[in-house]
Ligand binder design. Structure first.
Ligand code: PLP
Length: 444
């Protein structure tokens, strides 16, 4: 049985009518990847307003490790909605917050006793991690890396490495220092250079935190070279700097561990979480050493809707679902299938230069020139469009927009995965067809 169904032109008439309404009132910078509008989502399948069905390999930018409308999360949301929708934990506290905090503190393994605070978005979690680090260390500076993505608020935009449009149009924030991200295939830096680069760029005695995505998300699923995270841990401990693991994208099971950094057996001082933690509802968190939170004055962190009870109820079910449905193991087995498939594509089409990632957090990179790694955004975007037209929603990544990353729901079935990968394979063949040179040869 096929899970995708394209029965109208894309976008269909109902979607086109919504686009016409949208043009009249929706702020134009709020762009969408798809030209169609969702009506229903179940597991890995999205149905649009015209009845077309797509496999969702993007999950609303990585927010759906437990899939669309997981029944356990939906039931918990309904049950909580029957009691109260909002109280603000800082006004009248409630149990779902405490239960979820208990679960997360337990899972953030390590020696230090952990505390948890909830917010709304990934950027808000990162901003609060910075506040906690600054408050606890009484220092100002923040160190981030090339290729990083930490959000789109003014501070997190400054931490994000995307000059256009963010810094060019909106400006930046002070006390943020960006260091090179060692990549043996693309630059000359090695993990051992980290301390030297830190000392050359900033006074370590004024650094509150080094913030790093254990695997870069928007930057193109860059996996740190061997020893890099360990070196950051060593150097941060040496200078009394907090190590913050931004797990907003790499977290929640995608890599086969709840937090990606657990693949390296490292205990960071703070972990930021967001996206998938509440089955698609807005919720984010900072999990980390109790002593850092305890260093702050009362009421110095918080947010009106942060840790909303309905979102907490859903998030409790996400963690239970990850255990019950063995989604960490599933990430590993799905990852093996995807990698096998992507490796075969890379072998066939030289335009695919790299297959990388951990577990089910996998990406392929498109290049024009094999030796120089010249980015091929054009082919990459064509593949994304072609796949979408044939029923698979894909997301791009990378500073040069030449990477396709998979952020698929871990509840995807074997059949759905196979069908989706087949559509991606055909999309690559179609994108390179008729092109001059080596890359085209395999697509003819
Ligand atoms: C690693 C990382 N941190 C932070 C953010 C910001 O999250 P949000 O868009 O929920 O503010 C993102 C979003 O993509 C992310 O990937």
């Amino acid at each position: 049985m096929k899970h995708t169904l394209i029965k109208t032109e894309i976008p269909g008439p109902e979607s086109r009518a919504l686009t016409a309404r949208r043009k009249a009132c929706v702020a134009s910078p709020m762009d969408s990847l798809a030209s169609f509008y969702i009506r229903d989502g179940r597991g890995a399948v999205v149905e649009d307003v015209d009845g077309n069905k797509f496999l969702d390999f993007t999950g609303g930018w990585g927010c759906l490790v437990t899939g669309h409308c997981h029944p356990a999360a939906v039931a918990a949301v309904r049950a909580q909605a029957g009691h109260f929708l909002h109280a603000d934990f800082t006004v009248v506290p409630y149990e779902p917050w405490i239960e979820l905090a208990e679960m997360l503190a337990k899972r953030a393994e390590g020696k230090a006793q952990k505390s948890v605070a909830f917010f709304n978005s990934g950027a808000e979690a990162v901003e609060n991690a910075v506040k906690i680090a600054r408050g606890a260390t009484k220092r100002r500076s923040i160190v981030v890396f090339e290729g990083a993505f930490h959000g789109r608020t003014v501070l997190t935009m400054a931490m994000t490495h995307r000059p256009m449009p963010y810094k060019y149009i909106f400006g930046t924030a002070p006390d943020v220092y960006r260091l090179p991200y060692p990549n043996p295939r693309k630059n000359k830096y090695t993990p051992a250079d980290f301390e030297k680069l830190l000392l050359e760029n900033v006074c370590p005695e004024d650094v509150a935190a080094v913030v790093i995505e254990p695997i870069q998300g928007e930057g193109g699923f860059n996996v740190p070279p061997e020893g890099f995270l360990e070196e950051i841990r060593r150097v941060t401990l040496k200078y009394g700097i907090l190590m913050v693991a931004d797990e907003v994208q790499s977290g929640y099971g995608r890599t086969g561990k709840l937090f990606a950094i657990q693949n390296w057996g490292i205990e960071p001082d703070l972990i930021t979480l967001g996206k998938s933690i509440a089955a698609g509802l807005p919720l984010s968190a900072v999990v980390g050493g109790k002593k850092y939170f305890d260093a702050l004055p009362k009421s110095s962190i918080g947010s009106t809707f942060g840790g909303n009870p309905v979102a907490c109820a859903a998030a409790i079910e996400v963690l239970k679902t990850i255990d019950r449905e063995k989604l960490l193991e599933r990430a590993v087995s799905i990852g093996k299938v995807i990698r096998r498939n992507f490796d075969a594509l890379a072998k066939k089409y030289p335009v695919i230069k790299d297959v990388r990632g951990v577990g089910a957090m996998l990406a392929i990179e498109f290049v024009k020139d094999e030796a120089a790694w010249t980015p091929d955004a054009e082919t990459c975007q064509k593949v994304i469009q072609e796949a979408r037209a044939n029923g698979v929603i894909l997301a791009g990544a990378g500073l040069h927009k030449n990477v396709i990353r998979l952020l698929l729901p871990l509840v995807i079935t074997d059949e759905q995965l196979e069908e989706g990968l087949e559509i991606i394979g055909k999309a690559v063949a179609s994108a390179v067809k008729g092109r001059p040179g080596k890359a085209a040869a395999a697509g003819k």
